[in-house]
Design a protein around this ligand. Structure first.
Ligand code: FAD
Ligand code: PYC
Length: 416
């Protein structure tokens, strides 16, 4: 069997994958669709998949200006958890986590969801109080969460520095055992393949450059490949949501910032869980390839440059070396940034807009990867029915008029 696999691999390599079936088609856009999704990241592709699968809408196009998953979906550090403070957030993120738990089976595609636990560290008594409050809120909302002290931390992650004489000593942390990581590209590919098989057209290298709006109603989109007529548009463009909203004359309460990450050379398994520290602006996990995956807090200035600035990443590395001293001799292989779209309350927007038929799903900021299946599922409901699902109703634009904000800066766990 092993020999057969080696021969099969060699044959495929020499044939340059000639007889491999395409995972999804590359169609030209048609002149009209029942619905158009702008943005071929995980959220846009998941929205199209659930529109087709759950709501029976098959005449759909996903328009992506680059390649699918080339935005934040392929740039994030893949942490999946649902331990947010407010019940509205716990409901939306745990809805997503439940979908993650069955996603590989749902898509018949291995998204490598690995519930290896996520730990959020506390470095002082004030932080411990705040995190313990979040544990109680999570437990009341039916989300698993527990406090872990230094001795449990030493068992869960032996490379964590628990010396009390360091700059920011670790006093304990929260643990969500159902949380973990997943393979980010696989999520885009799995949803693309699933949506395509249900008839959705996925059109890459197709930039939306404007909207056709008549008498307050959406009638179509203008694209780099020509105009497309449609009565329903869902925009899921992450860091570029404000740019698209401006094309429709809408101003969204969003700030766009670079968020950086980097990976080390691969090493043997040393990090069995995920550790985050909001206070020192650093977090780390280990990929299945063995690379240590490290992330920072946001770059404080607004920008659309997907690279970020040196001082931010230097500060993060300083913190990582203090928290995990064995990293001090590792070589770093790659560094990058994505543009994140942050709301004043650090919660997302899933909403109708003043333009009839035009909907936005954005504002996931530093934390939308974990939401991908839930966000797509709920946005599909909102688009298909023309009204919010009860889980995403609190995340409509109205909250910025009513004042019913869902303030999640603390639970975002990545410094803003
Ligand atoms: P994207 O994947 O960015 O998709 C939007 C797409 O829209 C892009 O492909 C873009 O090309 C396309 N687009 C934009 N404008 C147009 C246009 N005019 N026409 C057509 N297409 C257009 N979240 C977590 O939960 N856990 C994490 O560990 C985590 N780590 C992160 C680390 C980093 C470094 C970054 C940058 C983000 C991280 N996030 C994390 C956040 C997460 O990546 C995002 O919230 C999430 O991936 C957003 O998904 P999306 O599908 O909405 O966006
Ligand atoms: O939201 O959990 C998160 C996260 C981790 C890294 C970036 N965002």
């Amino acid at each position: 069997m092993a020999n057969y696999s080696i021969f099969a691999l060699a044959r495929n390599a020499l044939q340059r994958h000639q007889r491999w079936p395409q995972a999804w088609r590359s169609p030209q856009p048609r002149p009209s669709y029942d619905a158009v999704i702008v943005g071929g990241g995980g959220h846009g592709l998941a929205t199209a998949y659930y529109l087709a699968k759950v709501h029976g809408m098959r005449d759909i196009a996903v328009l992506e200006k680059g390649w699918i998953g080339g935005g934040n979906t392929g740039r994030n550090t893949t942490i999946v958890r649902s331990n947010y403070l407010y019940p509205e957030s716990a409901a939306i993120y745990d809805h997503a986590l439940k979908l993650w738990e069955g996603l590989s089976q749902e898509l018949n595609f291995n998204v490598m969801f690995s519930p290896r636990g996520v730990i959020n560290l506390a470095h002082d008594p004030g932080e411990e109080r705040e995190l313990r409050r979040r544990i109680y809120a999570n437990q009341l909302a039916g989300v698993d969460a527990e406090w872990v002290g230094p001795s449990q931390l030493a068992e869960l992650c032996p490379i964590l520095n628990l010396d009390q004489n360091i700059r920011y000593p670790v006093v304990g942390g929260t643990l969500q055992r159902r949380a973990g990581v997943a393979r980010h590209d696989a999520v885009a590919w799995g949803y693309a393949r699933g949506a395509d098989s249900l008839g959705v057209d996925i059109i890459q290298n197709c930039e939306v450059t404007g909207f056709d709006i008549q008498d307050g109603r959406i009638e179509g989109v203008k694209t780099s490949l020509g105009d497309i007529r449609t009565a329903k548009v869902g925009v899921v463009a992450a860091g570029h949501s404000s740019v698209l909203a401006a094309m429709a004359g809408i101003r969204l309460p969003l700030d766009s910032h670079p968020l950086q990450a980097l990976v080390s050379e691969p090493v043997k398994p040393v990090m069995p869980t995920v550790i985050m520290s909001n206070k020192v602006h650093a977090y780390m996990s280990q990929s299945d390839k063995g690379e240590l995956v490290i992330g920072a807090g946001i770059d404080p200035y607004n920008s659309y440059a997907q690279r970020g600035s040196m001082p931010v990443i230097e500060e993060t590395i300083r913190a990582v070396v203090e928290l995990f001293p064995i990293t001090s001799r590792l070589k770093m292989m790659r560094q990058w940034a994505g543009i994140v779209d942050i709301c004043p309350d650090a919660s997302p927007i899933i909403s109708a807009t003043p333009v009839d038929g035009l909907y936005f799903n954005c504002g996931w900021g530093t934390g939308g990867f974990k939401a991908t299946p839930g966000s797509g599922h709920l946005f599909a409901h909102t688009l298909a029915k023309g009204e919010a699902h009860p889980i995403n109703a609190p995340f409509a634009l109205e909250r910025f008029y009513s004042g019913a904000l869902v303030a999640e800066h603390g639970a975002a766990a990545v410094a803003h």
